[in-house]
Design a protein around this ligand. Structure first.
Ligand code: KIV
Length: 284
């Protein structure tokens, strides 16, 4: 965590200095402000908004327009951390030109500092082209939710030596392509450590153990705002959902008992104006 404006260079330097990076998700202005005030390094406007904000079953339906809308709101709240805009499914999978145009849109229209996209060796050329266009890229390997059905579901990845080796090849290819950091999701902890040792750019883990260079969690999972399902790798630091429900119930009870609004929540009117109003009503 840091007090001054975070830069891509500072993110890369953090690994060299052995400082662990902190990243959370945000999808709107209030959570952008909260993440900024909490002092995190990076704020990811993740396509996980599909599930935790929009009530969808997967990230697949997320569009560029949805991402730009949410990125803009978060950027308004985040002055100090780096804002990472997640590239939605099919915004970079159809070719290098599409990928560069769409990464540019997230930055130009959304205002984020960099983009994130899922994939390793197969997307190295895409990453290289976006970086060449002047847009910093964060990679994402291991469990890649946009292609979870091709991976056999939302399962841990890199279980056996061959699969684990492939993920090491992925991070190396992403580093060579110019990615400034790489998210590693749902891989065995020993593999997480090996990934961090394999490249000089920071590996940001989510379900990748403690041996990586930083951590990311979905804020709505971590604070217990969204609890329809809680992945094994999530630690719930708070359970705010029942608190919010209790607050709304208390409000409902006050409304029904005419206890809300109290005088301090109401606007007054001068006796003179009220008397004149009543008199005018009697005249008719
Ligand atoms: O969309 C998202 O929130 C993510 C994180 C799980 C890393 O990609």
């Amino acid at each position: 965590m840091t007090d001054s404006k975070v830069t891509i260079q500072k993110i890369i330097q953090a690994k060299k200095k052995g400082r662990k990076l902190v990243m959370v998700t945000a999808y709107d202005y209030p959570f952008g402000l909260i993440a900024d005030e909490a002092g995190v390094d990076m704020v990811l406007v993740g396509d996980s908004l599909a599930m935790v904000v929009l009530g969808l079953d997967s990230t697949v339906p997320v569009t560029m327009e949805m991402m730009i809308h949410h990125i803009k709101a978060v950027v308004r709240g985040c002055k100090r951390p780096i804002v990472v805009g997640d590239m939605p499914f099919m915004s970079y999978n159809t070719g290098i030109r599409d990928a560069v145009i769409n990464a540019g849109r997230l930055m130009k229209e959304g205002g984020c500092d960099c983009v994130k996209l899922e994939g390793g060796v197969d997307f190295a050329q895409v990453v290289q082209a976006i970086v060449k266009a002047g847009i910093p890229v964060q990679g994402h390997v291991g469990l890649t939710p946009q292609t979870a059905s091709a991976l056999g579901g939302f399962k841990m990845q890199g279980k056996d030596a061959t699969a684990a080796r492939k993920i090491i090849d992925d991070v190396k290819a992403l580093e060579a392509a110019g990615a400034f950091s790489i998210v590693a999701e749902a891989v065995p902890a020993p593999l997480g450590t090996l990934l961090a040792e394999s490249v000089s750019v920071p590996i940001i883990g989510i379900g990748a153990g403690a041996g990586v260079d930083g951590q990311v969690l979905v804020t709505h999972d971590m604070i217990g705002l969204f609890d329809r399902f809680v992945p094994k790798f999530v630690k719930q630091y708070e359970k705010v959902r029942p608190l919010i429900i209790d607050a709304i119930k208390a409000y409902g009870q006050d409304v029904q008992a005419s206890k809300f609004p109290a005088p301090e929540h109401s606007f007054g009117m001068s006796e003179e104006a009220l008397a004149a109003l009543k008199a005018s009503l009697e005249e008719k």
